[in-house]
Design a protein around this ligand. Sequence first.
Ligand code: HEM
Ligand code: HEM
Length: 438
Amino acid sequence: MTDAATQAAAAPAAPPPASASQQRYTAVAIALHWIIAFSILGLIAVGWTMETLQHGDLEARAQYQSIVQLHKSFGITVLLLSVARIAWRLMNPPPPEPAMPGWQAFAANAVHILFYVLMIVMPLSGWIMASASPAFETRYFGLVDIRLPVLPTLPMESREGIENAAGTVHEFLPWVILALFVLHVGAALKHQFVDRDGLLARMAPGLFGRTAGPPGAGRGATWAFGSAVVIFAAVVGASMLAASPTVAPAVAEEEQQPVLSKAPAWTVDPAKSSLAFKFGYMGTEYTGKFPEWTAQIQLDTDAAPNQQTPVDGYVRVAIPVAKISTGQEYFDGNVVQGDWFDVPKFPEAVFEVKGGVYKLSPTDYEATGVLHLKGVDHPVRLPFKLTLDGTTATMHGEVTLARMDLGIGKSTATAGEGDAEWVRNEVQVIVDVVATRQ
Ligand code: HEM
Ligand code: HEM
């Protein structure tokens, strides 16, 4: 034996790391612990940033809108993972605790149980708030509307009450989470670095030392994750069912014979004509337009003014709603969706003169007709001015419509008198037409 070999054999063996005697959590429990822990901290940070953005300038508010959607999507994911985690925990008991005084074991268990409760109640309060809220849909990563069932259909006052209550819970609980977090992390660090019992390695093996492996191979993954998937599918299904159309599409209207008129026809000059609207969003006014529309116009402009009898005329304006442009990309994306114009189901809006066009003075007219929107007819009176220059007519008309009466963004109503928190109820429609007589 060499001198070196003799020395090595005689030297006392280094004690194994404390963690080596500890068993670790199963891989699934460890993965879920860290994914959920970081997500919750991220969601709190994002939540508080959103608060600031919401009260900023337009750009900040537009950012708020997209971030809030992401916040909701990640938050719901945390909820589903937490369901899976709790189910997994029930089927896979944790490794036996390291030796510690009874009160510490009790405190640790209490914090863990409270954490599990918060992992459900925190995202659920957000989901309840968002589902009762009159703001935009909760689109899961931009894909499907997953508002909780029933809530969106309740009367506005109940929704408001539920939204406020859930909102209070959602604002308060992050502080509870953070307080528990300080206790939880403080305790974990104390075990690791003061007691040196290798506790951290149970939840972060590899990073904080070797462990003796989990107590079992882990079982029940299908049940744990399956239950989360089933809950999610049930909510998506209920949300989609609630959103199915309740009114017939515009077909019946199209089949009706247009009112015949012998009045001269007018050809619209699209370059000089426009169909615009002004709307208010969070106190600021914006102007949007429908860039594409076609009009069939027949009107006897030579008739004498008469308050009682309409002049010979017929007007039908067809508007492909999908082309709507608000000047703000964010609004354009939202306004075509379900609660708003619901373009996939109702691609076209039609204004048609039904009650006649009245000539009130040489230049003042009023068209009485119906606006066919989202499968429903609404009576509309459009006063307009019309001036003639040879065979060219220049027309300007304005009408203020209450969008919620038209079923546009209906769920954004927050007050009985029809005022809206986000988007003003009154929308001013401005029609400018330059047309040539045929
Ligand atoms: C918001 C963030 C966090 C939440 C909600 C959370 C939640 C939990 C829960 C519920 C358990 C109990 C597991 C069980 O036995 O069923 C647990 C265990 C554990 N957590 Fe966290 N945790 C968070 C962050 C952290 C952080 C940052 C650390 C690192 C310092 C950490 C270290 C541990 C350790 C070491 C255990 C195992 C304790 C034991 O062996 O009994 N956790 N955590
Ligand atoms: C564990 C998951 C979640 C955490 C930790 C979390 C955290 C937060 C925080 C800290 C805020 C700011 C609160 C304030 O001071 O005003 C917030 C706001 C918000 N959260 Fe969550 N959230 C979670 C899940 C969700 C979910 C699932 C939804 C909806 C589906 C949601 C919807 C909202 C909304 C709409 C706001 C903004 C409220 C407002 O504009 O006043 N959250 N969240």
